[in-house]
Design a protein around this ligand. Structure first.
Ligand SMILES: Nc1nc2c(c(=O)[nH]1)N[C@@H](CN(C=O)c1ccc(C(=O)N[C@@H](CCC(=O)O)C(=O)O)cc1)CN2
Ligand SMILES: [Mg+2]
Length: 300
């Protein structure tokens, strides 16, 4: 292996430390404690794990955590009523609705009911529009985490060729906007892209966010490129024993690490940065709500 490993777990710990410092200052100097409300509808096991982690880390950095766990069959009207209460609660600076929602709920409608100033996921159409036009926005946590790691590794990204594989609203599209904001030349590739291998081979930065296990092999990677793997896919691992599984990314790590200059692992790469950036966004939202200076290094 030649690539440097970009350790997202360690980086996330440094982000949480910075967040904790800002939270302590907000308390000492202004008597304000940032608060994050997380709404979980239903019993999806992975979502339960993520929500538990979010609550625990929120408290660990000194913020208030408000958890709202609703039954899977909760009506849209009841969910919207809860969001309205949280929008009007001055102790709540950030609101997050864990995705995916049960099928009977309209995700767009629910997300767009959140006050954009409290939309710490950055999914509200107002924040999408603000980011797309280069204005001050709440930025989606996963792409923000990827950007922080890239800036940390490279310093300036200006003039670099970046390929984002995947066009989701949560990762691919905002990631492309952020890279454009840092003056990369950006290509968004996806399942219908012709000659995907050739497109990826041009890139100094590859962000893989397609949700297909190990889809990007090492021979697609330009020597020395930086590879950010957003995929979290669970696959069978017969080598670990009957019925065992393991997590892999969208990139074939072993072959890519032979060619890349730097690469994020799965697990322990982008994933931990998602929750760290959620905490960062909550402090940012709190500062903006109170007209205070924003924390440096924690925003796009
Ligand atoms: N409202 C939101 N819903 C969802 C988001 C989101 O950002 N906002 N993202 C994902 C889930 N997610 C956070 O919510 C999340 C996913 C993965 C990780 C993570 O740390 N993964 C670990 C591996 C975990 C494991 O062992 O299974 C890693 O990559 O190292 C954190 C947060 C969808 N929903
Ligand atoms: Mg739905």
């Amino acid at each position: 292996m030649t690539a440097q490993i970009i350790d997202g777990k360690a980086f996330a710990a440094t982000v949480r430390e910075k967040v904790a410092g800002h939270v302590a200052r907000l308390k000492e100097e202004h008597g304000i404690t940032p608060g994050l409300a997380v709404v979980l509808v239903g019993e999806d096991p992975a979502s339960q794990v993520y929500v538990r982690s979010k609550g625990k880390q929120t408290v660990e950095v000194g913020m208030n955590s408000f958890e709202h766990k609703l039954a899977a069959e909760t009506s849209e009207a009841d969910l919207l009523a809860l969001i309205d209460r949280l929008n009007n609660d001055p102790d709540v600076h950030g609101i997050l609705v864990q995705l995916p929602l049960p099928k009977h709920l309209n995700e767009d409608l629910v997300i767009n009911a959140i006050d954009p100033a409290k939309d710490v996921d950055g999914f509200h159409i107002s924040n999408v529009g603000l980011l797309g036009t280069g204005q001050k926005a709440m930025v989606p946590c996963t792409p923000l985490g990827c950007l922080m790691m890239l800036r940390d590794h490279h310093g300036s990204l200006s003039g670099m060729d970046a390929v984002v594989i995947g066009r989701s609203n949560i990762v691919g599209k905002p990631m492309a906007q952020l890279l454009l904001g840092d003056s990369c030349t950006v290509t968004i590739a996806h399942s219908r892209t012709k000659d995907l291998a050739e497109v990826v081979r041009r890139a100094d930065i590859v962000v893989a966010a397609v949700g297909r296990p190990q889809m990007v092999p090492g021979d697609w990677i330009k020597p020395g490129a930086t590879v950010i793997d957003v995929g979290i896919n669970r696959i069978d691992a017969p080598e670990k024993g009957d019925g065992k599984t393991r997590l892999v990314g969208d990139v074939d790590f072993d072959s890519a690490a032979e060619v890349a200059g730097a690469i994020t692992p799965v697990p322990g790469g982008v994933g931990p940065m998602t929750i760290a950036c959620l905490l960062a966004n909550t402090v940012t939202a709190c500062c903006r709500a109170h007209g205070l200076a924003e924390p440096e290094g924690l925003t796009a």
